[in-house]
Design a protein around this ligand. Structure first.
Ligand code: SF4
Ligand code: FES
Length: 373
């Protein structure tokens, strides 16, 4: 056990299931500068990235471990010139490949090549439903128009399309417009995620935090859209948890179904786990993926339920939400073993709600944009 101050000694080793999904963060490089970027504040440099050959090996190991589905993400994965070979390596390992992209860096030709190399699905991010504000949120002029072109090439290549959008105080009232855009673009699915405050996004809480009223309205809009669009488009929704009664079941439970490989080969139980000090992460350059999954110290730190303290330890919901998000618990309490303050049973819940209300009412609108140094 590598992490005694956060998790305490393991009483008994939790049951280890095999992962079914892997997030492959191919690069942190990105042309956009979104203020809600959840990547860490310290980004991996290009010369530290795994090579295409190393990724192919990781993908084979992942398939051997039971992974079925790989999300190729970043940063912007199209910033890698060898993306086409990495997609082919997914196909060769019989992995379902899902490209998560801003679209910037993709051309019609590249999409054709990705399709012929076996790409199964594309998730295209948009920052809003109209160009002026969308380009402001992404910090990239002309981005919206480019994304519209990319969506048409995705359609022309018969690739299934999901539209991703992050909602925050400055765009959450336009969910209906975003839904209409996604239908126009031929998306089969839309993923509407309320901003999560990890990594860079922390710096922009004041400008991004939606109000309770906005969050309630958004929930009703999504509910109505799900009914209306049944059979046309699937509407997935990640609600804000800061005003909720119960926290989200982050990652479906720590180290239970999926893993992340960072651009430099470090293997993490979740996207933001690097923000928890004291956790020891292993690298695929030094150790086999299966060994890291089963025996890695960071993976066993919060696996199962034995690490939980009160009120989670004796709570009837502990196998429903797993105590919430470890990274959020650390960010808000300084202790990754604490109950996530998004939970109404947390002694810090009232303080979280009060501070969310204050941030939502701040009137702040300027962003601190994310730019790679
Ligand atoms: Fe979930 Fe812990 Fe809250 Fe119970 S006390 S609902 S297990 S976060
Ligand atoms: Fe790390 Fe939730 S983002 S556990």
């Amino acid at each position: 056990m590598s992490h005694p101050t956060q998790a305490g000694p393991q009483k008994a080793r939790a049951e280890i299931r095999m992962p079914i999904a892997m997030l492959a963060e191919l690069t942190h490089r990105c042309p956009l500068a979104c203020p809600y970027c959840s990547n860490p504040t310290e980004l991996v440099r290009r010369d530290e990235e795994l090579s295409g050959r190393e990724w192919a090996d990781v993908l084979r190991q992942a398939a051997g471990l039971g992974v079925l589905h790989v999300a190729l993400s970043g940063g912007e994965p199209a910033a890698r010139r060898d993306l086409e070979e990495i997609v082919a390596a997914c196909r060769d390992a019989s992995l379902y490949s899902n490209l998560i992209t801003s679209g910037i860096g993709l051309t019609e030709r590249r999409l054709r090549d990705l399709k012929s190399n076996g790409l199964d699905h594309v998730q295209l991010s948009v920052q809003g439903a109209e160009p002026t504000s969308a380009d402001r949120f992404g910090g990239y002029r002309g981005g919206f128009e480019r994304k519209m072109a990319v969506a048409s090439w995705i359609r022309d290549n018969d690739l299934p399309l999901t539209i991703n959008v992050v909602m925050h105080r400055q765009n959450i009232d336009s969910i209906e417009d975003v839904l209409a855009l996604a239908i126009d673009l031929g998306a089969r699915r839309i993923e509407i995620a309320t901003v999560q405050f990890h990594g860079w996004a922390e710096k922009n809480r004041g400008a991004l935090m939606p109000s309770r009223e906005q969050v309630l309205r958004a929930g009703l809009t999504v509910q109505a859209a799900r009914e209306r669009l049944k059979g046309t488009m699937v509407v997935d929704y990640v609600p804000a948890d800061y005003y909720a009664t119960w926290p989200k079941a982050c990652m479906g439970g720590w180290a239970s179904t999926s893993l992340n490989v960072a651009p430099d080969g470090f293997v993490l139980p979740c996207h933001a786990a690097g923000s928890i000090p004291g956790l020891v992460f292993e690298n695929v350059r030094d150790r086999a993926l299966a060994d890291i999954w089963r025996n890695g110290a960071a993976f066993n730190a919060f696996r199962g339920e034995t690490w939980m303290r009160e009120p989670c330890g004796s709570c009837e919901r502990r196998s429903v939400d797993f105590g919430g998000c470890r990274c959020q618990a650390f960010a808000l309490t300084g202790n990754a073993s604490a109950t996530d303050p998004a939970c109404s049973k947390s002694p810090l819940h009232a303080r979280l709600v009060a501070s969310a209300n204050a941030q939502a009412a701040s009137g702040q609108s300027d962003f601190i944009y994310r730019r790679m140094a």
